[in-house]
Design a protein around this ligand. Structure first.
Ligand SMILES: [Fe+2]
Length: 480
């Protein structure tokens, strides 16, 4: 961005909002909550597509007047509900405690670039629940990346049901990227504190009762973002990117890479935290796990490993130049295999295409999957998704769909077809936005052939800005 012309011969400095790339273009927040009950469709919505595609993301309710990180925006869910060829669209704020305080003008919490309220302990950032969504026990749960209060949301209306404490048994918080085992109906989660040397994990059963909760001691405070889940284990991440000593002392978001291995901790889902077994791997940072499963003696984890991007801080982004470099994720898909009998670990890179935000057929979370769907990441200086990849882990093949120039996508979700008989027998659903016009769509792909392009599109009369994570709420389970 450049200086803004105010009047002939006069220029003024651009405002903090104007120089923040994550408050402009495809990231511009929307001001309204909207419900459209009969959306305009191009093509035919498959009749065997039943359920809701729901995507979370940051959407500041008030225009920021100070330093604002993309991760700080109040959580807003955009969703499309499909039934019998009809489509409903909604967007709705998540009514977190801090959202309600913000609306009332009473929010004291700060953000990543400007923490506040240190006397409250370590929760100095506004808990927005803006990061992730899981579908469990018939409803959504909105989750936050710094580990916060999970918030239950109705998957069709997006009405906030309330904070979730699993019958009063939740000891503290829940991080984004807990996993639902759709075979058992259990929700597995982890919790961590920014400034304390531990992680914990918990299991919530299909009836929403906390059945196990275990603490795992660590050599220092850690910044995990995701976890793995298999039939019998959880996989916790101890990765060598952590707060600096200054960050720890002053409770500031200052991060460094330490010279030590990455560690993956495999602990029994229904056992004790002190039974965890740690495996040391090449140093790396991982945002997102695609899936994990057991294969004989080995526990297998597929995830996207970060690789350095070459972007230099862009002075046009002012105080947000460093944030932009960090958020322009460059990552490649990798596999780690950890042998529970011998203690050996081996890893391999699966592809060299830049991709992230991996999703699978959620009914197979924790079980061996053949297919993974990643967003394609262009070489841009902000985070954008310019296409979709479908990986066949059996053959090594990769199908590709690239959006039209200037059109960018969101994390998709896999929606099994009613009566599905195979892992990829269903649809891949996601939003797109045109960076020039703001025109937004829902695109529906046959998951068996994403290279053929969308089988149907829903044109929306409102913008759906770029956001974070999505999930699929199956229609039969919402109805139940
Ligand atoms: Fe994430």
């Amino acid at each position: 961005m450049t200086d803004v012309a105010q009047a002939p011969g006069l220029v003024r400095k651009p405002t903090l909002v104007e120089v923040n790339p994550y408050l402009n273009g495809i990231y511009t927040p929307v001001a309204q909550e909207t419900t459209i009950l009969d959306c305009k469709v191009v093509g035919d919505i498959p009749r065997d597509l039943w359920g809701a595609y729901c995507r979370n993301g940051p959407n500041p309710v008030h225009t920021p007047t100070n330093l604002h990180h993309w991760f700080d925006g109040d959580g807003m869910i955009h969703s499309v509900y499909f039934e019998n060829g009809k489509v409903e669209y909604r967007n709705h704020y998540i009514r977190t405690d801090d959202y309600k305080a913000e609306v009332a003008g009473q929010c004291q919490a700060g953000g990543v670039l400007l923490p506040a309220n240190l006397e409250r302990g370590d929760l100095v950032y506004k808990d927005t629940a803006n990061t992730d969504l899981v579908f469990h026990n018939g409803a959504l749960m909105a989750l936050w990346y710094i580990s916060g209060k999970p918030v239950r949301v109705d998957a069709r209306t997006l009405a906030t049901i309330g904070n979730q404490d699993f019958g009063g048994k939740l000891p503290r918080h829940v991080s984004a990227h807990g996993k639902v085992d759709m075979v058992t109906g259990e929700f597995a989660f982890f919790d961590y504190a920014l400034y304390e040397p531990w992680m914990s994990y918990g299991i919530v059963d299909k009836n929403n009762v906390l059945t196990n909760f275990q603490r795992v001691e660590l050599p220092g405070p850690r910044l995990p973002h995701d976890m793995g889940l298999t039939e019998n284990y959880v996989i916790l991440h101890d990765l060598p990117i952590v707060f600096t000593q200054q960050g720890l002392r002053q409770h500031l978001w200052r991060i460094e890479q330490q010279d030590r291995p990455a560690r993956f901790g495999i602990a029994p889902r229904n056992g004790r935290g002190d039974q965890i077994r740690w495996f040391e791997a090449e140093p790396c940072y991982i945002y997102h796990v695609s899936n994990a499963w057991e294969d004989g003696d080995e526990v297998v984890m597929h995830a996207c490993k970060m690789i350095p991007n070459h972007h230099k801080p862009n002075p046009a982004y002012g105080p947000y130049a460093a944030m932009a470099v960090v958020l322009a994720l460059h990552a490649v898909p990798c596999e780690w295999r950890m042998n529970m009998r011998t203690g050996a670990i081996r890893s391999r890179q699966l592809d060299d295409r830049l991709g992230e935000f991996p999703v699978i057929n959620n009914s197979l979370t924790g079980r061996k999957t053949r297919f993974a769907y990643h967003v394609a990441i262009p070489d841009a200086d902000t985070l954008k998704f310019d296409g979709l990849y479908k990986y066949d882990l059996g053959s090594g093949a990769c199908q590709t769909h690239k959006y039209e120039p200037g059109v960018y996508g969101s994390e998709p979700a896999f929606a099994p077809r009613i009566g599905a008989t195979a892992e990829d027998d269903g649809y891949l659903v996601g939003f797109t936005i045109d960076e020039n016009t703001g025109a937004s769509e829902v695109q529906i792909f046959d998951a068996r052939d994403i290279a053929a392009g969308p089988v149907a599109r829903v044109t929306l009369p409102c913008r759906v800005p770029m956001g974070f994570h999505a999930t699929w709420a199956p229609g039969d389970q919402m109805a139940a």
